[in-house]
Design a protein around this ligand. Structure first.
Ligand code: AQP
Length: 321
């Protein structure tokens, strides 16, 4: 089994990415699992090239700093040639109707002027990400499962039309982990592209900033903490955060804190301590560009080599070269 997971540098890495994904990648993964920074996927809507490059570097550093095995990480654009070639092959295996049916495309294109063609075709690039590496399992949320289904269809179609090259992948549900909510708008998930950073704790925020954001977190009516995610999302989100950082049960924690103020201080302390080592190691890695560059180059070589035989076979079988 090979699991493949990606993180898109559409903004700075936040506490939700850390608790919901990166921390788990670092502790619970299998030896063949792969993790990548999907920077090409961040180009499907208007983007700033210099900012994207810096964010991709930051995400690679955060991944490694969190403890994800540096032998198993890579940056997507470092194998752009291989992925570009495979995307073309898969586009020649995919119908226009199949791509246009993607719900994410319809939702993201709605009301947008000058929609990029890549917004339509990025699920095919995602299929190339998966099929090039021979991934069998792709942990995705509900919103991306249709894309993994497309990758599955394309792998099967290529294999039966031209010859058996690709592992047929499947979407797997990520282990239920903390779904961190925005501190200012606790009915929404914490997100890189949130309009207001006040509700988003970034992994690289200074401890003072983290404390300020948590102190200002929106709480619901009432003054005594209680765990009730539906009716009291704000305070429940804070209890979830404390639970995720301490390994405790949020219901039990609710009984231990007499007031919102005391709870917020405890959450701030726990989050600051949770992020401290990641932040420190990330800063050290970003300062030591030689080490990060070495990890990045080695990752790119491994990722390209791992997919080389599949790409060559696919090109030959489809009639190229
Ligand atoms: N709030 C969250 N709580 C728990 N897990 C989260 N993840 C994202 N937000 C939360 C997990 O982080 C991984 C990488 O996310 P992604 O880059 O694939 O994109 P996303 O899920 O769309 O994350 P964002 O931060 O919300 O980005 P934008 O704003 O660009 O859409 C995934 O495993 C995801 O589940």
């Amino acid at each position: 089994m090979v699991q493949l997971s990606g993180i898109t540098p559409s903004g700075h890495v936040h506490l939700g990415n850390h608790l919901g994904a990166l921390r788990r990648f670092a502790s619970d993964s299998e030896p063949d699992d792969l993790f990548f920074v999907s920077d090409l996927h961040a180009m499907t809507t208007a983007h700033n090239p210099a900012k994207l490059r810096a964010l991709a570097t930051e995400q690679l550093a955060v991944m490694v700093a969190t403890g994800v095995d540096p032998e198993r990480v890579f940056v997507q654009s470092d194998i752009a040639k291989e992925l570009g070639a495979l995307t073309w092959i898969l586009e020649c295996t995919c119908s226009y109707g199949e791509a246009a049916r993607m719900i994410q495309f319809k939702e993201k294109a709605k009301g947008q002027a000058g929609v990029r063609l890549s917004l339509l075709t990025y699920p095919v690039l995602m299929a190339a990400d998966i099929l090039l590496q021979g991934a069998s399992d792709v942990p995705v949320g509900e919103d991306q499962s249709q894309h993994v289904e497309l990758a599955r269809t394309l792998a099967r179609r290529f294999n039966s039309t031209y010859g058996d090259v690709f592992t047929v992948p499947r979407a797997v549900l990520p282990p239920t982990g903390a779904r961190v909510k925005d501190l200012a708008e606790p009915t929404r998930k914490m997100s890189k592209s949130a309009h207001d950073a006040a509700g988003v704790v970034f992994v690289l925020d200074e401890p003072d900033q983290v404390r300020r954001k948590i102190r200002r977190a929106r709480t619901d009516g009432g003054s005594v903490p209680a765990y009730a995610p539906e009716s009291r999302p704000g305070i429940s989100n804070l209890l979830d955060l404390l639970a995720a950082c301490t390994g405790r049960d949020p219901n039990e924690l609710a009984d231990e804190y007499p007031s919102y103020g005391v709870l917020k201080d405890a959450v701030a302390d726990a989050v600051i301590e949770e992020l401290r080592p990641v932040r420190e190691r990330t800063m050290a890695l970003l300062a030591d560009t030689a080490e990060l560059e070495r990890v990045r180059k080695a990752g790119a070589i491994r990722a390209a080599e791992r997919g080389d035989h599949r790409l060559s076979s696919a090109l030959r079988l489809i009639g190229a070269g």
